[in-house]
Design a protein around this ligand. Structure first.
Ligand code: IPE
Ligand code: IPE
Ligand code: MG
Length: 264
């Protein structure tokens, strides 16, 4: 099993282009409302933004793209909207998988899939299987996903996989059981639509991600808007707990003060 460095245990290697970008695609409803359209029209436009975002990732050599499509809390929406979102998900999977496959994209879906109907579960499994040999970009769709659900299911899997009673568990015991253990932690987190919150997305994995919030609504988040997020990322100094001097390699060796001795 590939084990990626945990940003709270080791200092990961970073580069100017993020390896992993995770996005909360928000603002579809408001985009539609502004145009006096039904909310679902915004979700339809949102699928086009997904296409464009995947294209930019392929062009820029981003290796992992994770998109929050449906949260465990989104079941609280009106039944009609939930049902339309499910239909859209099915349609998008059916229409896009061939193209994703052609472009070397591996599709993965994370979340509690047991709540989806069996046809959708089968479609997800078939889409994942079809693209399983690709490695140019890993596109993860978080569906019926919640960060707390993820941590809890990881704890349960950790406890049942190791029968040995232990007094202490470490981060590295739990991390491999998280839903996205196949990917490094996100370097860059983007939320469109103006809200500045995590909304139960990747709670564990965002520990040291760079956060970027934009007012741009998801249907309008075009290549230029994505580029602005990538530029902002390039200007950040990722310290992972260290000082700026350490990061820049300009830290002086610790000097022991040589002033007069003060005896008590
Ligand atoms: C995000 O857009 C899409 C989903 C949550 C499925 P919203 O539907 O939340 O759009 P706003 O926030 O109402 O504008
Ligand atoms: C978060 O968006 C979930 C997705 C984008 C799928 P919401 O629009 O549901 O978030 P909150 O509830 O307003 O924070
Ligand atoms: Mg929203």
């Amino acid at each position: 099993m590939v084990r990626f460095a945990s940003s709270t245990r080791d200092v990961p290697d970073t580069s100017t282009v993020p390896r992993h970008v995770a996005i909360i695609m928000d603002g579809n409803g408001r985009w539609a409302k502004k145009r006096l359209l039904p909310r679902v029209a915004g979700h339809h436009r949102g699928v086009e933004t997904v296409r464009a975002t995947v294209k930019t990732c392929l062009e820029r050599g981003i290796e992992y793209l994770t998109l929050f499509a449906f949260s465990s809390e989104n079941w609280r929406r009106p039944e009609e909207e939930v049902s339309l979102l499910m239909q859209l998900f099915v349609r998008a999977l059916k229409e896009e998988v061939k193209k994703l496959d052609r472009n070397g994209v591996r599709l993965r879906v994370i979340g509690d899939l047991s709540r989806f109907d069996s046809d959708l579960q089968a479609l997800i499994a078939a889409s994942e299987e079809r693209t399983a040999g690709n490695d140019r970009l890993v596109l993860t769709i978080a569906a019926n996903y919640g960060g707390r659900w993820d941590i809890l299911q990881a704890v349960n899997r950790m406890l049942s996989s190791d029968q040995e009673a232990r007094a202490q568990w470490s981060e590295s015991d739990l991390a491999p059981h998280l839903a996205m253990s196949y990917a490094p932690e996100p370097d860059l987190f983007i939320r469109t639509g103006g809200e500045q919150r995590i909304s139960n997305f990747l709670l564990w994995q965002l520990a040291y991600s760079e956060l970027y919030f934009t007012e741009v609504l998801w249907p309008e988040f075009d290549a230029r808007a994505f580029e602005a997020a990538l530029t902002s990322y390039q200007q950040r100094e990722r310290r992972f707990g260290r000082t700026s001097e350490q990061v820049l390699g300009t830290s002086q060796p610790a000097v022991v003060p040589t002033g007069p001795r003060i005896d008590a």
